[in-house]
Design a protein around this ligand. Structure first.
Ligand code: CAO
Length: 460
């Protein structure tokens, strides 16, 4: 009964809003927003960490969707707004099965609902306004200015819902490049990752880890959660922005550290020391560990046939004696040419060649089994195949099998952040517009007839 009343009141609001001049709509919406949040945010003590938080998800491709997927895993109700007809472009990109949502899309959009809506139409504007009223957070990663051009600059969003947290990913922050479109590898190149990755004296390299997209998405999620926490005290929303260049630079923090150390002399732990002189900027360092502890990738048994038969070994001073004994070079421990970190520093390449002679007689897992009990920090180079099949990752929910109505079963990476009081259940990504009717009826308050009319005119 109460629900019925609520529903007809919402319908009446939408209809009335359509008649009112803009200022009145905003005023009414402000009141409504204040009521709305009380009614659904942070309801009760149980549930998941973000139960009761509703997210208006205007994201596409990878950076934004990673952020909202993470928030959905923590329990937020994520409503993904997609363009009628095609939806998020990644639904059709890198398809492995014809006419089925790609793994690119499905693996970035779990636990969300999907509504198709064109906010650029007159009715679409009103519905989008209602969604802003009803949500706590809006996330977007369209090109600079795209959401403004839809008619929803931050000032308008704030007026509609003063408690709204409005979060954006862009390629760059304010400055000469703020209007540029940016994809992953562009961000890696402009954020300091590519110039510091690769072999000494060779071309800059991008890394396979999506530090620009997923990395920035995670940064943005942290900002949103902080803003939600602050809103509990202030009652007001705020703007959260995260530039991919900034996110990458944050991840390359240690390289900016080295840039400043360079002014005081050569970087002795870099593999080019002492044979190749340093220039003015931090050079690429191959597989050197990047910290104060020497480390390198060495070959293991059958490396000639298996491209991943390698292990990373860190030779920190405390375990050097154990490594020397394990590889049959106990003589190093008596030799002043080898028995101090300073003595070893100029000839780390020789040291790792000796270690490699030993690792080449072992598989990467055998080497790991011998070195681990000796407290040597080391790790086999694991292929995607090995990770996909790793039982311990399945057990913790880091690798999950999901069932999808049109694709069938597939593997995905689950939530890498484990909350003991808010465990994640990964549910499949939504089909395009799968929840359009349900959201329009229950959240926006449209009637069946209004939905039919909107659908005919291509609004959703
Ligand atoms: N209904 C109707 N139109 C919609 C819509 C909807 N539901 N959702 C989005 N659109 C429109 C936008 O309004 C925009 O139109 P205008 O350009 O006319 O204003 C249009 O879709 C395209 O948006 P776009 O310019 O963002 O898309 P693109 O493919 O050209 O660029 C990207 C993609 C990623 C380079 C760009 O969005 C971007 O730079 N984003 C910010 C940085 C970012 O997140 N990069 C990471 C991407 S993941 O690798």
């Amino acid at each position: 009964m109460a629900k019925k009343k609520q529903k007809s009141a919402r319908r009446a609001t939408v209809k009335a809003a359509a008649r009112k001049p803009a200022r009145k709509i905003v005023k009414a919406a402000k009141k409504k927003a204040a009521r709305t949040i009380k009614s659904h945010a942070f309801k009760g003590k149980g549930g998941l960490a973000l139960s009761g938080v509703r997210i208006l998800d205007m994201t596409h491709v990878q950076s934004g969707p990673t952020c909202t997927q993470l928030l959905a895993w923590f329990g937020a109700d994520v409503i993904k707004v997609e363009r009628p007809g095609g939806g998020d472009i990644t639904r059709g990109q890198l398809r492995d099965i014809p006419n089925v949502d790609s793994l690119y899309f499905t693996m970035l959009n779990h636990n969300k609902r999907s509504i198709t809506l064109n906010p650029k139409t007159e009715t679409g504007q009103k519905i989008f306004t209602r969604l802003i009223e009803e949500c706590d957070v809006m996330v977007e990663n369209y090109a600079p200015g795209a959401i403004d051009r839809m008619g929803f600059p931050w000032e308008t969003i704030q007026k509609i819902n003063p408690r709204m947290i409005y979060a954006s990913v862009k390629g760059f922050g304010p400055g000469p490049y703020e209007d540029c479109k940016v994809y992953e590898n562009v961000a890696q190149c402009t954020g300091g990752s590519a110039s510091t990755t690769g072999e000494i004296g060779s071309v800059p390299l991008v890394t396979g880890a999506q530090i620009g997209d997923t990395g920035t998405g995670i940064h943005l999620a942290v900002g949103i959660i902080a803003a939600l926490f602050q809103r509990e005290r202030t009652g007001r929303g705020q703007r959260v922005t995260c530039a991919m260049q900034d996110g990458i630079l944050n991840l390359c923090r240690v390289k900016l550290r080295d840039q400043q150390r360079l002014a005081h002399g050569p970087l002795k732990e870099y593999p080019q020391y002492p044979n190749i002189p340093f220039g003015h900027a931090v050079p690429r360092a191959g597989n050197a560990s990047g910290g104060g502890q020497p480390g390198w990738i060495v070959k293991c048994k059958n490396w000639e046939n298996d491209p991943d038969s390698y292990i990373y070994i860190v030779t920190q001073a405390a375990v050097f004696p154990a490594i020397a004994k394990a590889i049959g070079r106990a003589d190093w421990l008596e030799d002043p040419e080898w028995n101090t970190p300073e003595a070893r520093l100029p000839k780390l390449d020789q040291m790792f060649e000796e270690i490699e002679k030993w690792t080449m007689t072992k598989t990467k897992f055998e080497a790991m089994d011998i070195l681990n009990p000796l407290d040597v920090p080391c790790g086999p180079i694991l292929s995607m195949k090995e990770l996909a099949e790793e039982p311990s990752l399945r057990k913790t929910g880091t690798v999950v099998e999901v069932d999808h109505p049109t694709r069938g079963k597939y593997l995905t990476v689950g939530n890498p952040i484990k909350l003991s009081g808010s465990p994640t259940t990964v549910t499949r990504s939504p089909l395009l517009g799968e929840h359009t009717d349900e959201i329009l009826r229950k959240i926006v308050g449209l009637s069946k007839k209004e939905i039919e009319e909107g659908r005919k005119s291509g609004v959703f």
